[in-house]
Design a protein around this ligand. Structure first.
Ligand code: ADP
Ligand code: MG
Length: 639
């Protein structure tokens, strides 16, 4: 154990940030707000909090370090608790939505920016924190951007409070100016040269190209791990499969010994134990190949990477106000992101980055830096939150880069439709209640309608199930079998009720894990849903809202869903084809819906959300009666 702790402290002293520890602590002592710029891997996220702790900043408060990504909050907290030799959740903890791994002795708290933002509702001055480190500020996530405006006020009101903003890219000026010209501290870099190799022609299939490139490196390249950047889970899984197939082919087609390749995926929905694997050292002689989303761009630092394969694409959430759709779409990355990706190859020694796009695309087609999330996403939650912080005119809020006026107005319109805002744009009683739940506005509304229509217990289950990734498990080699298992749960008129049915059957089987496995259900997802359910129940209790049950007749549940989701009402156009009643946007039944191919095609449905893939699909659909919609108001049929 001694040797282990010694290596950890040696590792800590080896990080670039260690050489400037004292200077850093001095700037922080002398200034209320400081911007810190340092390369990915210099030690900002794991070391700064510990330096501040060692210096004594936790005497009258907690040190908070915010992260835009949940995976990063969890993984970094785990690492720092190991470095400090304490249990996770003791001195060092983390908090993400629906999961609080902190305790009474927690002094260093890693948390998502969203969780901190919600804490300002209860404690506008964030009194329990002595220092807040806004990490990964260069990502410009929606919640980070809103926090900027809020924390600027906290800084003005609390002299005993300090704010540190860290960024991996050289945009310090902008942050500094926002806070009135505060000091920018640069952590000296220690990176090696990275050779960039461009594709000669635009590449047709970047997954295939990435697999080929990785195999070439593995067979002929010098030792060193590989990091491939792709856009999302499906692509990553497909790439991992393709890589292992190529390896098998290679092994069976040659008599030469083939060096081992350890293929490891990393994306946000990957279970935590599998995520942790990317940090483990491969056995001797083996090469690691990590296949990642842009999570590995700056938020997680993986050592030993000598080769980066950059497909040039990433997924971004974009909101289309006209259609009212939030879609996760694939986009070419920006030059700033491309440079970050390449930089991952030069942390341990000189490396190589293979860009699967042309130099011309890099120079002339890519944007300089990514568009901040606030300028491209649905603002419903933010509007609700700012309204409840008594910010009357949102267009006056101190944003670093203001959102487009259109999307503010559109979000306000949606909240008005939900009944959260009144005609002059103030919060209603319903709106005030909705803010209490860490849920998107329509889901909060669904819960509160469940209260009114006396089926709260049922609706609570549905909301919890909608807050976790799909619980249906569909292994590649057993598709038919798993589809059949899924169909057994179908309630033909509703995907929402299908979810309720799954949960209730699971409960009737004592919440057993083996039962889930037998029925092709994700055990972890269901446990998570149960945990979320109990947390939402706690909030309902604090609001003194009693739990009601409607029993086996689920028509009232459908009616409740209808009244919370009427903004997403659609009417039948053709087989499997619907149009949104309000804006005539086409929306289709998804093949995985309980309503699809059941021979039952209701004239009217409501849906949880629309997603845009190959076409516009409705996700989670429930058949509704036209007179339920008519009772809610004629406006939905007037277009
Ligand atoms: P920065 O925030 O400046 O990008 P970090 O503090 O995240 O840097 O990382 C500093 C170093 O800590 C990394 O180079 C890596 O060696 C180590 N490290 C960080 N997280 C982990 C982890 N989960 N497991 C092992 N080592 C880690
Ligand atoms: Mg970091």
């Amino acid at each position: 154990d001694f040797t282990k702790s010694k290596t950890i402290s040696q590792q800590r002293q080896n990080l670039p940030i260690f050489s400037v520890r004292d200077e850093l602590l001095q700037v922080v002592r002398e200034n209320q707000v400081v911007i810190i710029i340092g390369e990915t891997g210099s030690g900002k996220t794991t070391q700064l909090t510990q330096y501040l702790y060692e210096y004594g900043y936790t005497v009258n408060g907690i040190i908070s370090c915010t992260q835009p990504r949940r995976v990063a909050a969890m993984s970094v907290a785990k690492r720092v608790s190991e470095e400090m030799e304490t249990e996770l959740g003791d001195k060092v903890g983390y908090a993400i939505r629906f999961e609080d791994a902190t305790g009474p002795s927690t002094v260093i708290k890693y948390m998502t920016d969203g969780v901190l933002l919600r804490e300002t509702l209860k404690d506008p001055d964030l009194e329990k924190y002595s220092i807040i480190l806004m990490d990964e500020a260069h990502e410009r996530s929606l919640d980070t951007d809103v926090l900027f405006g809020i924390l600027k006020k906290v800084v003005a009101r609390r002299r005993d409070f300090k704010l540190i903003v860290t960024s991996a890219t050289l945009n310090g000026e902008k942050f500094s100016n926002f806070f009135g010209g505060v000091p920018i501290f640069h952590i000296p870099g220690r990176t090696f040269r990275v050779q960039i190799c461009y594709s000669k022609t635009p590449c047709e299939d970047y997954v295939e190209a990435a697999v080929k490139q990785a195999m070439t490196i593995h067979i002929a390249g010098a030792p060193g791990d590989i990091l491939i950047f792709l856009t999302g889970q499906d692509e990553i899984e497909a790439t991992c499969c393709a890589l292992s197939e190529r390896m098998e082919q290679l092994i069976s087609s040659t008599k030469q010994p083939v060096p081992k390749l350890l293929i490891l995926p990393i994306y946000s929905q990957l279970p935590a134990d599998l995520q942790a694997k990317i940090f483990q050292k491969a056995e001797d002689g083996a090469r690691k190949c990590i296949v990642a989303t842009n999570i590995a761009e700056t938020s997680l630092t993986i050592d030993g990477i000598f080769y980066v394969i950059d497909t040039g694409y990433g997924k971004m959430k974009v909101y289309n106000p006209r259609m009212g759709i939030d879609a996760l779409q694939v986009f070419p990355i920006s030059r700033a992101s491309a440079d970050q990706r390449a930089g991952r190859a030069g942390r341990t020694g000189p490396g190589t980055c293979y860009r699967l796009y042309t130099e011309n695309a890099y120079e002339n087609e890519m944007l300089q830096s990514p568009v901040p999330e606030i300028q491209r996403t649905n603002l419903g939650n933010v509007v609700l939150l700012l309204k409840s912080l008594k910010i009357q005119n949102l267009l006056d809020f101190d944003f670093m880069d203001p959102p487009p006026q259109d999307s503010v107005l559109n979000s306000m319109y949606q909240l008005w439709l939900l009944g959260a805002l009144n005609d002059v744009g103030d919060l209603t009683d319903l709106g005030r209640k909705m803010v209490k739940f860490p849920l998107d506005p329509p889901l909060a509304k669904l819960l509160l309608m469940g209260e009114q229509l006396e089926c709260l217990s049922e609706v609570l289950t549905i909301v919890s199930m909608l807050s976790v990734p799909s619980v249906f498990f569909r292994p590649k080699d057993r598709e038919a079998e798993s589809d059949a298992a899924r169909e057994k749960f179908f309630v033909p008129e509703s995907d929402h009720l299908t979810l309720l049915n799954v949960y209730q059957q699971w409960k009737a089987n004592e919440y057993r894990g083996d039962w889930c496995n037998d029925h092709f259900l994700q055990v972890k997802g269901l446990y998570k849903a149960r945990e979320i359910r109990s947390q939402l129940l706690d909030i309902l209790k604090t609001l003194k809202i009693p739990l009601t049950y409607c029993g086996p007749d689920w028509d009232v549940v459908r009616k409740t869903i209808c009244s919370a989701y009427f903004h997403n009402a659609a009417m039948l156009k053709g087989i499997g084809e619907y149009v949104n009643c309000r804006n005539r946007m086409p929306c289709n039944l998804h093949p995985t819906s309980a309503l699809y191919g059941s021979g039952y095609t209701p004239d009217y449905v409501v849906y949880h959300e629309a997603i845009l893939t190959t076409k516009e699909y409705m996700q989670c659909v429930t058949a509704v009666e036209p007179h339920w919609l008519a009772e809610l108001g004629p406006m939905f049929f007037s277009v």
